[in-house]
Write a protein that binds this ligand. Structure first.
Ligand SMILES: Nc1ncnc2c1ncn2[C@@H]1O[C@H](COP(=O)(O)OP(=O)(O)O)[C@@H](O)[C@H]1O
Ligand SMILES: O=P(O)(O)O[C@H]1O[C@H](CO)[C@@H](O[C@H]2O[C@H](CO)[C@@H](O)[C@H](O)[C@H]2O)[C@H](O)[C@H]1O
Length: 462
């Protein structure tokens, strides 16, 4: 098989799967992924590469698991080189005479991604079985094909390449069949003129055929690179460790969230849901979570009572961020910017797109202040957290404070988030599970028995 033919040489399957299994963005680590198929998409440079640059194509790798659970699609960006590759970068596999590299790690290849966007390339299936790729430009901003690509190493779920100080292309790794929420929400918020999110310059999408069925997914988004941005979690921890208050930042975050919620209401509308239906969902989620994390058992009765308080009325619901925490915020010289509107990673697309109460996001940030305080620990942490909480709520409600019934609604959402966090921590950071468990001790309705986790800010993991 040559570099120009679609498909994957049989001997390349093993090294490719090993590379994918070891990648930070691979969601199925430790679950013995099984190779199912490799679908090449059209070459980005249909006429061949310029000079001695590598040829670049995207591809979809389909992966399954030995127990037959779930099929996952991962995007690969591949640079085919016939000469030496970038220094220090090992090829993923060999295809005929070509060494094939991860194009996001190969600066020459990464240039092709930006060029394809700037040219708004519409790369159709040429009858060779390769899927189609289409690039859409919304706003050229200061985009320029001469911008120098630089791989960004500080993330987990996806892969981003920075282009000078101007733009960032985020390649979605685990593909979601259908529309990508981050693209959809950025577009809507940009159209609404919201200053608290990055400008969406463009995006790309693909369609391909698998077993006679046409599948489609969004592949990447190109957004404004926010200058001098500091991650909200790092900033908060730094301030707390230095003994400095975070109230003003927290208030500004509350105001930013209120603006975003307003814009999401305008763009996607609102509806209502019986509180009892939401309580049922939360209760069911608690049951599923308890099956994974037995530590939740003592809180069961109190949490069910807590959720039941929602049953007293109707909840107004709308599109929300869905996984709002300090790590989804960037502090810039022009204020807070909110990123990553994809919701909680474990939820299905249908769940993440479903309208929800704004208290989901408010609760998410309150949980994050609690995490920050618990992970730093020490005498002043609880007071620091409570001050952040008050300032954030003040900013969110524009000084009006919580209205009738809001405190109960908020507490139910905080409890639901903390239940999710217990499972997240059991699976990802077992040393941190005492943080959400500590919060649940306070959030479970009075009926909950006393338990050893009730002092959330003592002995918290470092
Ligand atoms: N527009 C942006 N400008 C600059 N840095 C950004 C921008 N968007 C995200 N980042 C950086 O990339 C990191 C990961 O972004 P995120 O959207 O959460 O990606 P992932 O989906 O891979 O988790 C953020 O924590 C932030 O440091
Ligand atoms: O950023 P992601 O969408 O991947 O969110 C997941 O991972 C988060 C951790 O990185 C997790 O957040 C929890 O830990 C944070 C501190 O690391 C804390 O600020 C959050 O409040 C807490 O929920 C998030 O829940 C999970 O979905």
């Amino acid at each position: 098989m040559t570099a120009d033919s679609p498909g994957l040489p049989p001997e390349a399957v093993e090294p490719l799967m090993a590379a994918v299994n070891g990648a930070r963005w691979f969601a199925g680590k430790g679950r013995r992924p099984v190779y199912r198929s490799f679908t090449p998409l059209a070459w980005l440079d249909a006429d061949g590469p310029a000079g001695d640059r590598p040829r670049v194509r995207l591809a979809v790798l389909e992966v399954g698991y030995p127990d037959g659970s779930g099929v996952e699609h991962y995007q690969l960006a591949l640079a085919y080189r016939h000469g030496p590759g970038p220094e220090g970068l090992a090829p993923l596999f060999r295809d005929g005479a070509a060494d094939v590299y991860d194009a996001t790690q190969d600066p020459e290849a990464a240039r092709s991604l930006l060029e394809a966007l700037l040219d708004e390339r519409d790369l159709r299936d040429e009858g060779d079985g390769a899927g189609a790729v289409r690039f859409h430009l919304r706003d050229t901003g200061a985009l320029d094909r001469a911008l120098v690509p630089q791989v960004f190493r500080g993330q987990q779920s996806n892969t981003s390449v920075m282009y000078g100080d101007v733009a960032m292309i985020k390649l979605f790794r685990r593909l979601e069949l259908g529309r990508n929420l981050d693209i959809q929400v950025h577009a809507a918020l940009n159209d609404a003129g919201t200053a608290d999110v990055a400008t969406l310059f463009g995006w790309s999408e693909a369609t391909w055929t698998r077993d006679g069925e046409v599948l489609g997914a969004d592949l990447s988004m190109c957004v404004e690179k926010l200058a001098d941005a500091v991650d909200g979690w790092d900033l908060a921890l730094g301030e707390l460790r230095a003994g400095r208050a975070f109230d003003e930042h927290a208030a500004a975050l509350g105001r930013a969230l209120a603006v975003i919620h307003d814009a999401l209401r305008t763009a996607f509308g609102t509806s209502t849901q019986p509180g009892s239906a939401v309580a049922e969902v939360m209760t069911a989620r608690l049951g599923a979570a308890t099956a994974v994390a037995a530590e939740l058992e003592p809180y069961g009765p109190g949490l069910r009572d807590r959720f039941a308080t929602l049953g007293r009325g109707e909840l107004e619901v709308q599109r929300v961020h869905g996984d709002f925490h300090l790590g989804q915020t960037l502090h810039t010289p022009s204020g807070w910017k909110i990123i990553d509107f994809e919701g909680e990673p474990v939820k299905s697309l249908a769940e993440r797109v479903a309208p929800d109460s704004v208290w989901r996001d408010v609760a998410g940030m309150l949980r994050s202040f609690d995490y920050a305080a618990a992970s730093v620990g020490g005498d002043g942490s609880a007071a620091w957290r409570d001050a952040c909480r008050a300032a954030f709520l003040d900013g969110y409600t524009a000084g009006r404070g919580l209205q009738d019934g809001d405190a109960d609604r908020l507490a139910a959402y905080e409890a639901d988030k903390a239940v999710y966090e217990v499972v997240y921590e059991v699976r990802n950071r077992p040393d941190w599970v005492s943080i959400p468990l500590g919060a649940l001790a306070g959030l479970a309705h009075e009926t909950t028995e006393q338990n050893p986790h009730e002092q959330p800010h003592e002995g918290a993991p470092r």
